[in-house]
Design a protein around this ligand. Structure first.
Ligand code: SAH
Length: 259
């Protein structure tokens, strides 16, 4: 699989530059038609940055046919082999799921998520991702655990699972409306930029190594605690400087442990 520079921003002629910092991420898609339809759904709303995580489908003639006039978005789709790779550089990530889970996530409607996504794009150089799951199985709990918030399209409760590309369409529409409504209302908000996904994951790996070294954490079963710590860091909107401070402390602990 070809790994590309996931942080490279495409130039989208005639489009709002903020959308160049917004990624639509599809995980494990099985139907080529859905990838094509997603490209079309995106382009109609001014989005262009499509990332495919370990797709089971190829970008074939069916995908091209469903993309219709959006083959440019389809052809520039980037393919990566893990969700973590797709989220490099992102400081805010929302995962779309039709099913309510009992994870301690912030739960947003698609409209609230779109408004917040536009706000997060006011963070200087901030990168935002919206993650969609597999046609048959959605997103795993571990994948949703990587996200800062969980987004739901409030559909008919008795049959709430939309087709993947249609879920992207509704989301892209809400993003566009949120962008248009945001126009001119607010000067660029001076939010401190939180650390990107990869920096937080590296901090967590470092933290885990130290906790294991101290015997605080059972290496056989680290998941629960590390997920809680991930949530803590997400809620805190930890900055790159704070990541450095914590990693410095961890390194100091490791040095003492070696002596
Ligand atoms: N059978 C799967 C549904 C997959 S639909 C399941 O039970 O999870 C494919 C993807 O579209 C989902 O993973 C989700 O990202 C998105 N999606 C579909 N309907 C949605 C809804 N009502 N709200 C939020 N996302 C939805």
């Amino acid at each position: 699989m070809i790994q590309q520079d996931i942080t490279a921003k495409p130039s989208i002629p005639g489009h709002d530059p903020r959308f160049a910092r917004l990624r639509i991420v599809l995980v494990g898609t099985t139907h080529p038609g859905n990838i094509g339809s997603t490209a079309r759904a995106m382009k109609t709303m001014g989005l262009a940055r499509l990332i495919l995580v370990a797709p089971k489908a190829r970008i074939d003639a069916e995908a091209e046919a469903m993309a219709s006039g959006a083959t440019d978005v389809l052809r520039s789709a980037q393919i990566v082999d893990s969700l973590d790779a797709a989220l490099i550089g992102c400081h805010w990530v929302v995962g779309a799921s039709a099913r309510l889970r009992d994870a301690p996530h912030e739960l947003l409607t698609v409209r609230q998520a779109a408004v917040q996504a536009i706000r997060e794009l006011a963070v200087q150089e901030g990168e935002v991702a919206l993650v969609f799951g597999r046609e048959h199985a959605g997103l795993t709990n571990a994948e949703l655990g990587r996200c800062h918030a969980h987004m739901i399209i409030p559909a008919h409760p008795e049959y709430s699972s939309l087709n993947l590309a249609q879920a992207v369409q509704v989301t892209a529409y809400e993003l566009r409306q949120a962008l248009l409504e945001d126009e001119g209302l607010r000067p660029a908000v001076e939010l401190p930029a939180p650390a990107p996904h990869d920096a937080v994951e590296n901090l967590l790996a470092h933290w885990q190594a130290v906790l294991e070294g101290l015997g605080f954490l059972d290496p056989a079963n680290p998941r629960h605690l590390m997920q809680k710590l991930r949530h803590l860091l997400q809620r805190a909107r930890i900055t790159p400087n704070e990541v450095d401070i914590l990693r410095g402390m961890l390194t100091a602990v490791q040095k003492k442990m070696k002596n």
